[in-house]
Design a protein around this ligand. Structure first.
Ligand code: SF4
Length: 185
């Protein structure tokens, strides 16, 4: 593999990585996956999403790096923003938290490009993700690549691959603030 084409991709789960893997390989990149998602609550859910991603990466010969769980660290980053809805400034802080960690890992690995699977979700504002990505690489030699994976039916494609692969699909974004109360019958 040409090391020049390596890209470190922050991945939030297996489902969201499924189509970006194909898109990146079509563009000539070889992704290394970084699982840094202490935003996820509870820890059992963090592990469940990781295991699905691990299976998908193993099947497709993708290198995967897991970072340990530290939910208190995430909570300290979004303190004061807990009651805001999804797509708010809380999510921008959450994006920055995860993308900054990805930048640091890329520096450690000497990979000069990063991106994220977050943009594949129709529930996330790509513009906000890109803004936080640009902020995270400021002052470094890392390039944040603004792939909007939800474009060109990206979410539909990711859903189809995940379905065919039999992946577990979560019902909420990740943090406890995104868990919707069950409807009473
Ligand atoms: S809703 Fe999702 S993106 Fe927003 S703060 Fe929670 S885990 Fe992060």
């Amino acid at each position: 593999m040409n090391s020049k084409n390596k890209i470190l991709i922050h991945a939030c789960c297996g489902v969201c990585f499924s189509y970006p893997l194909i898109a990146l390989r079509e563009l000539g990149f070889e992704p290394v996956v970084y699982f840094f998602n202490s935003n996820i609550y509870p820890e059992s859910e963090f592990e469940r999403r990781y295991l699905e991603l691990e299976k998908y990466c193993a099947k497709n010969n993708v290198e995967l790096i897991k970072e340990s769980y530290s939910h208190d660290d995430f909570l300290s980053r979004v303190r004061g923003y807990e009651n805001l809805p999804e797509k708010s400034d809380r999510c921008k802080k959450c994006f920055y938290y995860r993308l900054k960690a990805t930048v640091n890992k890329a520096l450690e690995l000497k990979i000069d490009k990063i991106t994220t699977t977050l943009s594949v979700s129709p529930h996330k504002v790509s513009k906000d993700i890109f803004e936080m990505g640009r902020l995270a690489v400021l002052g470094t030699n890392i390039e944040f690549m603004e792939f909007d994976f939800k474009k060109h039916d990206g979410f539909k494609k990711t859903s189809k691959i995940a379905y065919d692969f039999g992946m577990y699909r979560q019902k909420y974004c990740g943090c406890e603030f995104s868990i919707k109360p069950a409807k009473s019958s």
